[in-house]
Design a protein around this ligand. Structure first.
Ligand code: ADP
Ligand code: MG
Length: 303
């Protein structure tokens, strides 16, 4: 196992940011770590990197206990913190050389050159970091996290604040560098997980509410049998009576006469009967796949 997290609790004063979180990640997995703001994602990631001590529980990375926090532990992990703090007055090469020195790499200059090439920083390597666009700053952050060729890569919201083109570029880069590493990536963008990751975990208020081995949620859908139907009538319907239909769990109105009906099982026939009985025409009816976005919403909304 690359990462083993066992019953980790973290309290900030009175507040429990992590309430006993456990999971393990095998070598080579790319895991998406989802959750709303304040769920505890960054806290969990800092604890995995050994930078923040947990209140209780255990973390092992490549079989080394994080409480050891020795050189060989640090060598195993590359970490891109949230908001990617950088020295804006340093030059790209100079900064990467400094990071290489912190890891006591012997072949520093070569390593920095390799990194610059691999991460696509060749044209920027002699500029000040402060002069770079956000996308290129993020590349510098990635280069920093990879310079010591770690086995495990922890990326905290690596695409936040980037424009759509930069997002795609950084995603491609993560996919490429992640091919031979264990990657844990936090985000609040569902599509990001679908685009990059092979496994998804959702954290909510310090608790792991989902750990699914694939971003294909069809297995999960089958297990709880929830179906969402998008429905448009010719005139507004009565929500309470829609909710009264056998199997219907929830009805949300999305436009004047358009509804999202969530049900246990496929209720399209019952909805047709309902329309006939109430002299409504059905203008559109679609059974929508229960996607990650729905699931995230269901698992993390305020109750
Ligand atoms: P996320 O990264 O999912 O947005 P965080 O791990 O940053 O969540 O925060 C989890 C919770 O812990 C939040 O309620 C946050 O306010 C709190 N928190 C985080 N860091 C600190 C800190 N250094 N001191 C006190 N509370 C903190
Ligand atoms: Mg965070």
């Amino acid at each position: 196992m690359s990462i083993v997290v066992n019953e980790v609790v973290k309290s900030y004063g009175q507040q429990q940011a992590l309430k006993g979180v456990s999971f393990s990640i095998s070598s080579g997995e790319i895991v998406g770590f989802l959750g709303p703001n304040g769920a505890g994602k960054s806290t969990m990631m800092k604890i995995i990197t050994g930078l923040l001590p947990q209140s209780s529980g255990e973390v092992r990375v490549c079989d080394i206990n994080s409480s050891d926090y020795n050189e060989s532990f640090r060598r195993k992990i590359g970490y891109l913190p949230e908001h990617n703090p950088l020295y804006l007055d340093m030059y790209v090469r100079e900064y990467l050389l400094m990071v290489a020195q912190l890891y006591s790499l012997s072949d520093r200059r070569d390593r920095v050159s390799d990194m610059v090439k691999m991460i696509g920083l060749s044209a920027e390597q002699n500029k000040k970091i402060g002069a770079l666009s956000k996308g290129y700053r993020q590349r510098v952050g990635l280069a920093q996290s990879l310079i010591h060729d770690p086995e495990v890569l922890i990326l905290d919201e690596p695409t936040t604040g980037l424009d759509p083109n930069q997002i795609l570029e950084i995603r491609e880069l993560i996919k490429t560098v992640g091919q031979h590493k264990t990657v844990m990536l936090s985000t609040h963008i569902m599509q990001e997980v679908e685009a990059i990751c092979e496994r998804v975990m959702i954290l909510n208020r310090g608790e792991l509410v989902l750990d699914h081995p694939s971003t294909d949620l069809s297995l999960l859908r089958a297990s709880n049998d929830l179906v969402t139907v998008e429905l448009e009538f010719s005139a507004p319907a009565d929500i309470a009576s829609l909710q009264g239909i056998d199997g219907v769990v929830k009805v949300e109105q999305s436009d004047v006469a358009t509804y999202q009906v969530q049900a246990k099982g496929d209720v399209r026939r019952q909805l047709f009967d309902y329309a006939v009985q109430n002299k409504l025409y059905i203008l559109a009816m679609n059974r929508s796949e229960h996607n990650l976005e729905h699931l995230f919403h269901d698992l993390t909304r305020e109750s």
